[in-house]
Structure formats: C-alpha cells, structure tokens
Design a protein around this ligand. Structure first.
Ligand code: ZN
Length: 142
C-alpha cells in the first residue's frame, strides 16, 4: 500500500503553526518563531534566553611547581599530548595559563625535532645496514 503524502496547507490567512517553543511549548506561527541554535522559541522565551547570563568559559587549572615540570616532560615525550595541552592552555585568557600553554607548545616542538632526528638517524642506520647486506627492512616484501 502506497502512502499518500499529506498535502501541506498553503492558505496564507489561516494561522499555520510551524513549530512549538522548546522552552514553554507554545505553538508558533512562522512570524512568531525565533530560531536559536536550531531550536525554536516563542518571543517571550527568546527575551528570557537572550538576557540570561553568558556562560563563562571553563577555567583550567594551571599546573604549578612540580606538576608543571611533569606536564612539560609529558609534552616532550608525547607530542600529541603536548599539542593538546598547549593548545587548550594557550587559548585561555589568563596570562599564567597562556604562558604555560606556550611553554608546552615550545617543548612539544623541541620534542618533535628530537624525535624526528632520532627517526632520521635510525632510518639512515637501517639504510646503511641494508646497503651492506646486513639487516634489511624490506626483507618481507621481496
Ligand atoms: Zn516559549
């Protein structure tokens, strides 16, 4: 059995409810519907919502003392963690958090360079060894 699509009422002079208020449930016409963040509100609720205090950004505790150095060590050895921590703290408004985030990013950068050098050294060593017919990284593929 085919489902017949219900025809939409297009009459202009009839009150046509297009949505219900997400806050109080009042039926809304196209004119009275106020849309915020994909949610529909009536005019009464929209003024309440707009006058509501703005949600403060989440405050991040900035590590101090030993904890700070532990964080730096983590940043050095785990560049991904360093990048995440650094970015989060660097985006904070507080000076102390910003400074800490910046340090994390710098240390992460240094850690990455060291990691890169180690990778290059190991690759070069492997290639040298492979050239001499010793260890061969591509052994399985031949
Ligand atoms: Zn409402």
């Amino acid at each position: 059995m085919k489902k017949i699509p219900r025809k939409i009422n297009v009459k202009r002079n009839m009150p046509k409810y297009v949505a219900a208020c997400s806050n109080c449930g009042t039926l809304l016409t196209e004119e009275t519907t106020k849309n915020i963040n994909d949610k529909n509100y009536c005019e009464n609720c929209i003024t309440k919502i707009q006058s509501a205090p703005v949600v403060k950004p989440v405050y991040f505790y900035t590590p101090e003392g030993l904890l700070k150095y532990i964080a730096y060590v983590i940043c050095f050895f785990t560049p991904i963690a360093g990048f995440i921590i650094g970015t989060i703290y660097f985006s904070q408004k507080e000076d102390l958090a910003k400074k800490f985030g910046k340090n994390c990013l710098i240390i992460m950068g240094v850690g990455l360079v060291v990691l890169l050098i180690l990778i290059i050294i190991s690759v070069v060593l492997t290639l040298l060894a492979g050239g001499e017919g010793g260890f061969n990284i591509g052994e399985g593929y031949y």
